[in-house]
Design a protein around this ligand. Structure first.
Ligand SMILES: Cc1ncc(COP(=O)(O)O)c(C=O)c1O
Length: 352
């Protein structure tokens, strides 16, 4: 791997106490090009704008997939990733669905390790602080024929962040718009899935909600997920989450929460859950919690939801499942406890 270091670091001029999510980037980025059936020239270069032909596939047909992960710093200064091989697995699934070439594991993981080792001063210690890692692949061939690109770029950029949502959020249950449909691309982390959510989400925000909880596109009956989070519902002492079908992203936080909940004697049901069941549980007082899970938020408490013009509020409870599970997961991520699952992965430079 070729490494070209920056001559002027932006580190000293960065205000780490006032970071806006995703607006500040570190000194370096990783780039690798796909051409003639091969990934070529993996390199780390100073973070800068890149030149792309206006006819590139990504601008017209949207061949673009990405990942989202975080690097954490422990008290001794070591940097950790959380289940990075899961992100590799998922970007491969996403690439396949978008007819894009699949990266090899021996590009993805060394690239992460090398880049994070170089920019490790950008990871600040302390719970809530992390470096958001954004790997992405897009079609870069100059050609406006509606067919898969023959050239691609795989890149990784890094952005220092603080917690995403600090207070509980309010969500609107989708009744008209859909995020995904059977046979579609909902399970892939395809860029277009996100662009398509912005308009309905903006309408929901104008009504005072933070996000939408998507429902199945056929009858808008069963809960799927939110914009960048999987959803958990607690009815009495049972934690319920939808199975990950072809319309739902297979969240790494979600599967970690399920495992942690089970291992902490919480009854977990992975099954379709309808909005009617939730409304009923709310009126009988059995609905205890709703929360979202995802890399950006980790675990985000939901304080209420809107459905069919009515608002349903949820009281904050002591020793909630969301706060208990968030705390266990945070300790694993920041190396504050043992990791019986082998989820933590220490970052180290491994020049290839
Ligand atoms: C649509 C969607 N659902 C769920 C998640 C949660 O996935 P993960 O826990 O792997 O971050 C994300 C990503 O962050 C997402 O974009």
């Amino acid at each position: 791997m070729r490494i070209e270091k920056t001559t002027v670091s932006k580190l000293k001029n960065t205000d780490f106490n006032n970071l806006k999510f995703g607006e500040v980037f570190t000194d370096h980025m990783f780039v690798c090009d796909y051409e003639d059936g091969k990934w070529n020239d993996p390199r780390i270069v100073p973070y800068k704008a890149i030149q792309i032909d206006p006819s590139a596939n990504v601008f017209h047909y949207g061949q673009a997939v990405f990942e989202g992960m975080k690097a954490y710093k422990d008290k001794s200064g070591k940097i950790w990733l959380f289940r990075p091989t899961e992100n590799y697995r998922r970007i491969s699934i996403s690439s396949e669905r978008l007819a894009m070439p699949v990266l090899s594991e021996n590009i993805f993981l060394p690239a992460l390790n090398e880049l994070l080792s170089l920019d490790k001063e950008w990871v600040k210690p302390g719970i809530g602080n992390s470096l958001y890692v954004r790997p992405f692949i897009f079609g870069s061939q100059h050609c406006i024929a509606a067919s898969p690109s023959k050239k691609y770029k795989f890149m990784i950029i890094l952005s220092p962040v603080q917690s995403y949502y600090s207070s509980p959020i309010r969500v609107l249950v989708a009744e008209k718009y859909s995020r995904a449909t059977n046979g579609g691309v909902g399970y892939a982390k395809a860029a277009g899935n996100y662009g398509a959510q912005f308009y309905p989400t903006r309408l929901a925000q104008e009504e005072g909600y933070d996000q939408i909880i998507w429902t199945d596109s056929k009858n808008h009956e069963f809960l799927e997920e939110a914009g960048t989070m999987n959803i958990f519902i607690r009815i009495e002492d049972t934690l319920i989450t939808a199975p990950t079908t072809d319309t739902i992203l297979d969240g790494i936080t979600r599967k970690s929460i399920i495992k942690l909940a089970k291992d902490n004697n919480i009854n977990v049901e992975v099954r379709p859950i309808s909005i009617n069941e939730i409304v009923k549980a709310h009126s009988s007082g059995k609905l205890k919690e709703i929360f979202g899970s995802g890399t950006a938020v980790l675990v985000s408490e939901i304080s209420g939801f809107g459905y069919k013009g009515k608002n349903y509020d949820l009281k904050s409870i002591k020793n909630s499942y969301s706060s208990t599970l968030k705390s266990i997961l945070t300790k694993i991520q920041y190396n504050l406890t043992t990791d019986p699952y082998g989820w933590r992965s220490e970052v180290s430079a491994v020049k290839v």
